[in-house]
Design a protein around this ligand. Structure first.
Ligand SMILES: [Zn+2]
Length: 807
C-alpha cells in the first residue's frame, strides 16, 4: 500500500532529493521507481510543493481518496513522535500531541481502548493500568511475552519486576526486587531511551553477560521507558519474541509508542485519582481523629493512646510511641508507650528497667531521658523529621531499648508535634509493615501532627480546668459548711418553737425592727406555713433553709437580714390580702424570692461593682447583684437538707425556679422603669389580662419592687429609721468611692447629709408612688401601701421645704 502511494505520487514527482528519500522507510523501493520515470521528468518537486501549498484541497482529496487508514495512522504516529521530540527541546504546548493522539484512536483500536477505559474505571491504580497497558502492547506488536519493571519511587534506579496482579489481595501487584545488574531494563531506565536487541548481536552498550540474563526463549527484545507526563520514569517495558517471531523493528516501537501516549494520559488520570483517593482517605481519617480526640477527652493518657493508635494506622507501622517534652527539665517523658496494632482496648504498657544509664524509670512507670538522646530526643531537640531506613546503621539510634524489650527495630519515622511554634512532643513510629516509611507517610503524618498538637494542647487545658474545678468544689464545700446554719442553731430554733399566731405580722405596717434576728427566722417560717400550709413541705428542711438564708445576709447597715425579712413580710401581706391574685407556684416564688432577694449583698450598688471591676460584674454585666442573689438562693437550695421544693413535681419545680429567677432579677430598679412603662400602658389601654402570662410576669415584678421599697410605705418612725440605715450604707459606699479617687454622687456623699430629705422626695415621687399606684390599680388590697407612702412623701416634702427656707 505504501509503495502504491509513492508510486502514484512520484509519477509527477520524480525529482526527489536524497534528504526526503531518507525519511521514507521504503526509500530504496521508491527511488527505483522514480529513476524509471526520470525521462518523463516534467515538474520539479519545488513546483509540486508550491502547487500543493496553493491548492491544499488537491492534497487533501488525494490523501483521503488514496491513502489507507493504517498508513495515515503510521504517519500520524511518526508525526506525533516528531512533535514530542520537538516539545522536549522547545517545550511546545502539549495540546498538539494530544490532538494527534486523539486522531490515532480513530483507527481500529476500539477494543483496546474499551479494555483500558474499563480498567481505569474499575481499578484506577497505576499498577493495574500499567499491567493492562503492557498486555495490550504485547499483543499489538505480536510479542511472545513481556516483562514489566516498576521503578522504585523511593530508591533511584531500583527496579521491581511486576509478577502480575494478586487477585486475592485486591489486585495489588506482586513485585520482585531486581538486582541492579539487569542490563537492558536498567540501561533503559537510566537513559530513558528505547532499546531493540537480538540474541547474537554485539551491542557496545551491553556486556556479553546480557545473554545470560535472558530467558532461553527470549531471542528478540524491545525495551521501552514508560514516562509520566511530567517526565518522571515510572516503569520499563520489555517485550520479547522467540526466534521464530523475528526481530523488532522501528514500526513495533511506534506501535508501542502510540499505546503509551494513550497510556500516559490514562496513567496521569490514574495518578490524579489515586492522589484524590489518598487525600480523601486522609481527610476521613483526620475527621475520625478529630471526632475521637475531641468527643471524649478524658485524660492526657487516653489521648496519648489514641494518638499512637491513629499514628500507627496512618503509616502502617508496627509500633508507635509518643513522648512529651518537659521543657523545664529538658527531658522527654512518656508514661505509656509502644502501642502495638490491635491494642485499642488493651494497651500494652512496657516500662523499661532502670539499669540503662540513659533511660530513667520512675516509680509511676514513667520513662524519662534527656533531649538529644536517641532518635526521639534528636527530633525533639532539632525539630527535624527523621525517616530512618536502617536503625542499627544510624549512630543516633539507642539500642538499649531493643535490648531490654527483645524487639528489633528496623525502620523509624520520627516526627515533632508543634503547638504555637514550639515542640511539645515527638511521635515515633517503628517498623513499617511493608518496606520503608515513604514521603507520603511523612506528608500525611505532618498534617496529622497538627491535630495532635491541638488535641494535646486542649487536653492540657482541659486538665487544668478540671483541676481548678476540683479546687473550686473544695472551696465551695468549705464555704457551704461555714455558710449553712449549724446544728445548734437548728436545734435551738426547734426547741423554742415556731410561733402559733401572727402577732400582727399580716399588717402592711408591721415593724420589723421589733423582732430579734432569730424570731424573724421563726416568723419567716410562720408566714410560709400560713401561705402554703405545713403539709406539703418538709418542716425541718424549711427551718434549716430559712436559718441559712439568714446567715447569708451580711452585716451591712441596710441590705441585711432585717431588710430581707421585711421584704418577705410585705410580700406575705400582699399575697395574703390579695387572696387568689397569684397562684401557688407564683406565690412560692414571690415569697421565697422576697426572702432571698438581697442574699450576700455587700452594701454596694451595681454601678459600684462595675466601677470597681468586681468579679461579679465580670460575670453579670447587667443586674449584677440580682443575678448573684438568685445564684446564692439556688446554692442554698442545693445544700444538703435545704431543698424546700424537693416535694414539688418536676414541672412545678422547674416553674417555681423560673419564677424565682424572674422575681429576684425584678428587684433591680433599672428594670422597674421598663416594667412600669409596659404595665402602665396595659392599664391605660385597659388591655391588662390576668390570663396573660406576660402580663402576670409584669405584675409579679411590680409586686417585688413594691415589697422591696415597702420601708417607704411604713409608718413614719419606721420610715425614718430605715432611711437612717440606708444613708449609712450609701455613705459607706461614698467613702469607698472617694478612697478610690472618685467623686461620690451627692446622695452618697457623707458631707452632704442635708440632701437626705430632697433625695427622699425625689425617690418617693419618681419611683415609690408610681409603683404603689400601679400595684393599687391592679391589686386594690395594697391601698395601705400607697396611702402611707403618700403621707411619707408629704412629710419629706415639708422637711425639704423647711430646710430650703432655713437656708
Ligand atoms: Zn432589697
Amino acid at each position: 500500500m505504501c509503495s502504491a502511494v509513492f508510486r502514484k505520487f512520484f509519477v509527477i514527482c520524480p525529482g526527489k532529493s536524497r534528504r526526503t528519500a531518507a525519511t521514507c522507510p521504503n526509500a530504496d523501493r521508491y527511488t527505483s521507481i522514480a529513476d524509471s520515470h526520470k525521462s518523463s521528468n516534467m515538474v520539479t518537486e519545488e513546483q509540486v510543493r508550491t502547487f500543493l501549498t496553493d491548492h491544499p484541497h488537491v492534497l487533501e482529496d488525494f490523501v483521503l481518496d488514496t491513502v489507507e487508514m493504517e498508513q495515515l495512522e503510521r504517519w500520524l504516529i511518526r508525526k506525533s513522535k516528531q512533535g514530542k521530540r520537538l516539545q522536549e527541546t522547545s517545550l511546545v504546548d502539549r495540546k498538539t500531541s494530544l490532538s494527534k493522539w486523539k486522531f490515532c484512536v480513530h483507527a481500529d483500536k476500539r477494543q483496546m481502548l474499551q479494555n483500558l477505559t474499563h480498567s481505569l474505571q474499575d481499578k484506577p491504580t497505576q499498577d493495574y493500568v500499567l499491567w493492562e497497558l503492557a498486555s495490550c502492547i504485547s499483543s499489538a506488536v505480536k510479542a511472545d511475552g513481556f516483562r514489566l519493571y516498576m521503578v522504585d519511587q523511593e530508591v533511584p534506579n531500583q527496579l521491581h519486576l511486576h509478577l502480575g496482579l494478586d487477585h486475592k489481595k485486591n489486585n495489588t501487584p506482586k513485585l520482585q526486587r531486581m538486582k541492579n545488574s539487569v542490563s537492558i531494563p536498567s540501561h533503559v531506565a537510566r537513559t530513558q531511551q528505547p532499546v531493540r536487541f537480538s540474541r547474537g548481536l554485539i551491542d557496545a552498550r551491553f556486556s556479553e553477560n546480557v545473554i545470560n540474563e535472558l530467558h532461553s526463549e527470549m531471542a528478540h527484545i524491545q525495551c521501552q521507558p514508560i514516562v509520566e507526563s511530567d517526565g518522571k520514569l515510572i516503569a520499563v517495558l520489555e517485550l520479547w519474541r522467540r526466534e521464530s517471531g523475528g526481530a523488532f523493528y522501528e514500526e513495533d516501537e511506534e506501535i508501542a509508542y502510540s499505546y503509551l501516549v494513550w497510556g500516559g494520559i490514562a496513567l496521569h488520570y490514574a495518578h490524579l485519582y489515586l492522589n484524590m483517593n489518598q487525600q480523601k482517605s486522609l481527610n476521613d481519617f483526620l475527621l475520625a481523629v478529630v471526632k475521637s480526640i475531641f468527643q471524649d477527652m478524658v485524660s492526657i493518657d487516653s489521648l496519648v493512646i489514641k494518638i499512637m493508635n491513629f499514628a500507627q494506622r496512618l503509616v502502617d507501622a508496627d509500633r508507635a510511641s509518643l513522648f512529651l517534652v518537659d521543657a523545664r527539665n529538658k527531658e522527654l517523658y512518656a508514661t505509656i508507650f509502644d502501642v502495638g496494632i490491635g491494642d485499642d482496648s488493651t494497651v500494652e504498657i512496657r516500662s523499661h528497667s532502670s539499669n540503662d544509664d540513659e533511660v530513667r524509670v520512675h516509680p509511676s512507670k514513667e520513662i524519662r531521658f534527656p533531649l538529644g538522646t536517641g532518635i526521639a530526643g534528636q527530633v525533639a531537640m532539632t525539630g527535624e523529621i527523621l525517616n530512618i531506613k536502617d536503625a542499627y546503621a544510624d549512630s543516633r539510634f539507642n539500642r538499649a531499648v531493643d535490648q531490654l524489650t527483645g524487639y528489633t527495630t528496623h525502620t523509624i519515622l520520627c516526627m515533632p508535634i508543634y503547638i504555637r511554634g514550639s515542640i511539645i512532643g515527638v511521635v515515633q513510629m517503628v517498623n513499617k509493615h511493608k518496606g520503608y516509611f515513604t514521603k507520603n507517610d511523612e506528608e500525611a503524618f505532618e498534617t496529622f501532627a497538627v491535630y495532635c498538637g491541638l488535641a494535646l494542647h486542649h487536653a492540657k487545658l482541659y486538665d487544668k480546668i478540671r483541676k481548678s474545678q476540683q479546687k473550686y468544689k473544695v472551696a465551695l464545700d468549705v464555704l457551704s459548711y461555714h455558710n449553712t446554719c449549724t446544728e445548734e442553731e437548728f436545734e435551738s430554733a426547734l426547741r423554742t418553737g415556731i410561733p402559733k399566731d401572727s402577732m400582727g405580722i399580716d399588717d402592711y405596717y408591721f415593724n420589723p425592727f421589733e423582732l430579734k434576728d432569730m424570731d424573724k427566722a421563726k416568723y419567716a417560717m410562720f408566714m410560709f406555713n400560713d401561705l402554703f400550709g405545713s403539709g406539703g413541705f418538709d418542716q425541718a428542711c424549711l427551718l434549716r433553709f430559712i436559718l441559712t438564708v439568714r446567715k447569708n445576709y451580711r452585716r451591712v447597715p441596710y441590705h441585711n437580714w432585717t431588710h430581707g425579712f421585711s421584704v418577705a413580710n410585705s410580700m406575705y401581706c400582699i399575697i395574703k390580702q390579695a387572696n387568689g391574685a397569684f397562684n401557688k407556684n407564683e406565690s412560692l416564688a414571690l415569697y421565697v424570692g422576697a426572702l432571698c432577694h438581697d442574699l450576700d449583698h455587700r452594701g454596694k450598688n451595681n454601678k459600684f461593682m462595675l466601677d470597681t471591676e468586681s468579679p461579679l460584674a465580670a460575670i453579670y454585666s447587667t443586674s449584677t447583684m440580682e443575678h448573684h442573689h438568685f445564684n446564692q438562693a439556688v446554692t442554698i437550695l442545693q445544700q444538703e437538707g435545704h431543698n424546700i421544693f424537693s416535694k414539688l413535681t418536676n414541672n412545678d419545680y422547674k416553674q417555681v425556679l423560673g419564677y424565682l429567677k424572674h422575681c429576684i432579677l425584678a428587684t433591680d430598679l433599672a428594670l422597674f422603669f421598663p416594667n412600669k412603662a409596659r404595665l402602665g400602658e396595659l392599664v391605660q389601654t385597659k388591655t391588662f389580662s390576668w390570663n396573660n402570662s406576660t402580663h402576670r410576669g409584669l405584675i409579679q415584678a411590680i409586686a417585688m419592687t413594691g415589697s422591696d421599697l415597702s420601708a417607704n410605705a411604713k409608718p413614719w418612725d419606721i420610715q425614718v429609721k430605715t432611711v437612717e440605715v440606708i444613708f449609712e450604707e450609701f455613705y459607706d459606699q461614698g467613702d469607698a468611692e472617694r478612697a478610690a479617687g472618685r467623686m461620690p454622687i451627692p446622695m452618697m456623699d457623707r458631707q452632704q447629709t442635708n440632701q437626705q430629705a430632697s433625695s427622699q422626695v425625689g425617690f418617693l415621687t419618681g419611683i415609690c408612688i408610681p409603683c404603689y399606684n400601679l400595684l393599687h390599680t391592679l391589686i386594690p388590697e395594697t391601698k395601705a401601701l400607697l396611702d402611707m407612702c403618700k403621707k411619707n412623701l408629704d412629710k419629706w416634702s415639708q422637711i425639704d421645704e423647711d430646710m430650703k427656707q432655713k437656708k
